[in-house]
Design a protein around this ligand. Structure first.
Ligand SMILES: [Fe+2]
Ligand SMILES: [Fe+2]
Length: 755
């Protein structure tokens, strides 16, 4: 078995997602505690557990760009949590054979219970563990709640911890563990469900909850050598009072991740009450919120309707507010305090209202006065509240920042959010990314779309006046609201954002060019059909993600309709060679005797040696991974033409052997004469060739050497006679057996199938 040492683990992002909470997996949990299973990808009918596993695995494989050939095995188990026992995940079976701890590409844990587990992910790998190199600068603690799942690098030490004295892990609250492996774990059984298989898909929705606002940073000097030594070697958790206090103080409702940074003793302590210095990717900074139904709905719309003119600042020091001011004040206090911002005197709240749909002009929120001078200062956070239902006129939020806009780097854009206006919905995002209003079809009522937009600032935006309510207003607009009596309640809607994968017909360069430069009003009509047909029918916010595999799957399905099952065989041999079905035709090997006469063989050898003598010898570095001593045929004019002539016969044999369709072309990627000698390169170790099909023809008589032959990973060994053609798939591991005496010459070809 080949072991793929994957380098893709660097992509694993320790990200958290929420699963569709309409489906309580815990209710259908079978009794499989602490046993590992493999997901059988050949089965079409999954029970609910298998569906969960398969959908989670598929979602993350696609999101992390782990193509099919990297994730060739999905292992899963239901695990009972143990406390303070940190470990890494590795292939135990393989460890016994190769004495090396191979870990999965990534692991995913999914919470199945209401209990909030504390999950510690250290930055310590096995080498560092072994040699006690415990100088990692930061470790992460996840507050792991129901329906959450976490994607993490399990080659780092991790485990559930009981951080506080009242933390008792209830072992009746198991979790689901999924490991994505880059090679098949043959020793693990396939899962065969005890349940009745259900043939309807469990619709599953994944909500990204990695916004910087859900992360807290705590500095601590507690996570020192002694801490890790006790935890990793003795399963003892020693936290100092300060860290315990800081963890307890974190609001576990809105915070999912605590980054515990090692405090540099020479620097002052950063209190957890300071604004978070979160440097995570800005792109994920989008959250939606629900405002509880309140009695001021209609009045707020009326007051919004009266608002005209430019943006204004809210005076945060007044004691009495109008309804609009109070709404902005309550919103500001809610968001600033969840961001751990309490020094209101150093923060500014800018707002404005709109009562109708306003152009297709996308923009960034910035200090407009500085912008005139070409300088950009952005707010901490932007917030839009919708006061009425206008689902056909959504807000677009892109990941395009000013640089990306200026240089039109739209090829790198793979996502776009559409936020549909429904009353009492609020969306917060990073206003330094282009955003604005759009429509989903021609017949949208443009005149009644009430929104209140608010920006939170750390520096005072220039030339923005403080708001002065119009007291002559016909409305009862007196300042009747006392500052400290809250009139609205906000709750995060963690399941609102629905991810929809689309192909490059939908998200492409032209889309961004159309919405940002051409201001095409119909550019977003294309999204309407997805919103109308999605299964996320409770969602009002949609994240469209470019997924190139959709097109590939469609192309594959079309080709399969035309050519039949051979397309599966070709795809699997090309991209999924570690998990081939036993009946893949390319596992077959074929031998055809005496394709070349003895004279032809001798002529090729002689001409090759002659060429080598006059041209600096045989080459030894043409193939980077598994170099052979060889000469490319196209460099030797005296044999090139004659061999080309014979290729027709060889291709025909290949085509007939694997039943290739007449329309399929076989391309020659490489054609060369190889020389194995007992006193120079005498063998070639186990390898795959970099093509789809390989062939070789033995050029000298088998009595001229001892040893040799092609040995395959599955146990077969083939010995040719002079002039015999031997055909095999390049993707089956094979080796050239050592020559113990004499010289062995082969003509070798690497071929691809193109359709
Ligand atoms: Fe804006
Ligand atoms: Fe080979």
């Amino acid at each position: 078995m080949s072991v793929v040492i994957n380098s893709s683990r660097k992509n694993i992002d320790d990200s958290l997602y929420i699963l569709n909470n309409d489906n309580a997996l815990s209710l259908v949990l079978p009794e499989i505690a602490d046993t590992s299973y493999r997901l059988n990808t050949q089965v079409s009918n999954y029970d609910p557990l298998e569906q969960y596993v398969s959908q989670i695995a598929k979602f993350h494989s696609s999101r992390l760009n782990l193509s099919n050939n990297k994730t060739s095995c999905v292992e899963f188990s239901i695990v009972t949590p143990t406390v303070n026992q940190c470990n890494i995940i590795y292939d135990h079976h393989n460890y016994e054979k190769i004495n090396k701890k191979n870990s999965p590409i990534c692991s995913i844990i999914a919470s199945l219970s209401d209990y909030t587990h504390k999950f510690l992910l250290t930055d310590i790998n096995h080498q560092q563990y072994k040699y006690k190199h415990f100088d990692q600068s930061q470790n992460k603690l996840f507050l792991f709640k129901k329906h959450m799942h976490l994607v993490f690098d399990s080659s780092k030490y991790h485990g559930f911890i009981g951080a506080l004295s009242h933390d008792n892990i209830d072992t009746r609250n198991p979790y689901l563990l999924i490991n994505l492996w880059s090679y098949p774990l043959d020793n693990i059984p396939y899962y065969s469900s005890q349940n009745v298989a259900s043939d309807c898909d469990v619709p599953m929705k994944f909500t990204d909850i990695n916004s910087p606002t859900a992360t807290r940073i705590i500095e601590t000097s507690c996570l020192n050598y002694n801490f890790f030594d006790r935890l990793l070697y003795n399963s003892e958790l020693i936290l100092d009072d300060e860290l315990m206090k800081n963890i307890s103080a974190v609001n576990s409702y809105s915070t999912h991740r605590i980054i515990m940074k090692i405090k540099n003793e020479s620097e002052p302590i950063v209190s957890t009450r300071d604004s978070p210095e979160v440097t995570s990717d800005k792109k994920d900074n989008i959250n939606t919120w629900n405002i509880d139904e309140h009695i001021y709905q209609d009045k707020l719309i009326q007051e919004t309707n009266q608002f005209d003119g430019n943006t204004v600042l809210l005076d945060l020091t007044k004691n009495n507010y109008t309804l609009l001011e109070k709404f902005v004040y309550d919103t500001a206090i809610f968001h600033l305090s969840r961001l751990n911002i309490h020094d209101m005197e150093h923060h500014y709240v800018e707002f404005w209202c709109k009562s109708k749909f306003d152009t297709h002009a996308l923009h960034v929120d910035c200090d407009e006065s500085l912008k005139m001078k070409g300088e950009y200062e952005y707010p901490l956070l932007s917030c839009v509240t919708y006061l009425n239902d206008v689902p056909g006129c959504p807000t677009i939020i892109t990941n395009v920042d000013m640089d990306c806009y200026k240089y039109k780097e739209f090829e790198s854009q793979t996502e776009l959010i559409l936020s549909l206006p429904v009353h009492n919905k609020q969306i917060t995002f990073d206003g330094s990314f282009f955003h604005g209003g759009t429509t989903l079809d021609d017949n949208q009522p443009m005149d009644e779309r009430y929104i209140i937009a608010i920006n939170f600032w750390k520096t005072k935006p220039n030339d923005v006046e403080y708001y002065k309510p119009n007291t002559d207003n016909v409305l009862d607009n007196r300042s009747q609201f006392v500052r400290d009596n809250r009139i609205i309640n906000l709750r995060e809607d963690i399941t609102d954002i629905c991810s929809i994968n689309v192909c490059n017909d939908t998200i492409n360069y032209n889309l961004f060019n159309d919405i940002l430069y051409n201001k095409k009003s119909d550019a977003c009509y294309r999204f309407n059909k997805f919103i109308k047909t999605t299964t996320c029918n409770k969602s009002h916010t949609f994240k469209f993600i470019l997924d190139n595999s959709i097109k590939e799957d469609k192309k594959h399905a079309d080709l399969k309709a035309k050519y039949g099952g051979i397309m599966d065989d070709i795809r699997d041999i090309q991209y999924n060679d570690t998990n081939l079905k036993y009946n893949n035709r390319f596992l077959q090997r074929f031998s055809f005797p005496k394709i070349y006469s003895a004279d032809m063989c001798r002529y090729i050898i002689n001409e090759s040696e002659k060429y080598a003598t006059h041209n600096g010898g045989w080459t030894t570095s043409r193939h980077s991974a598994y170099p052979t001593t060889d000469l490319p045929v196209d460099k030797i004019p005296s044999i090139f033409g004659i061999i080309l002539e014979t290729l027709k016969t060889i291709m025909k044999r290949i085509s007939i052997s694997y039943e290739l369709h007449n329309d399929m072309t076989i391309d020659v990627k490489d054609l060369f004469v190889v020389k194995y000698s007992h006193d120079a390169q005498n063998h070639l170790e186990m390898h795959k060739d970099g093509s789809t099909i390989s062939f070789n023809i033995l050029l000298n008589e088998s009595c001229e050497f001892e040893g040799g032959g092609t040995k395959f990973d599955d146990g077969l060994t083939h010995h040719s006679q002079q002039g015999d053609l031997f055909i095999h798939s390049s993707r089956i591991d094979h080796s050239g057996l050592p020559i113990t005496k004499g010289i062995r010459y082969l003509l070798v070809g690497f071929l691809d199938i193109t359709i």
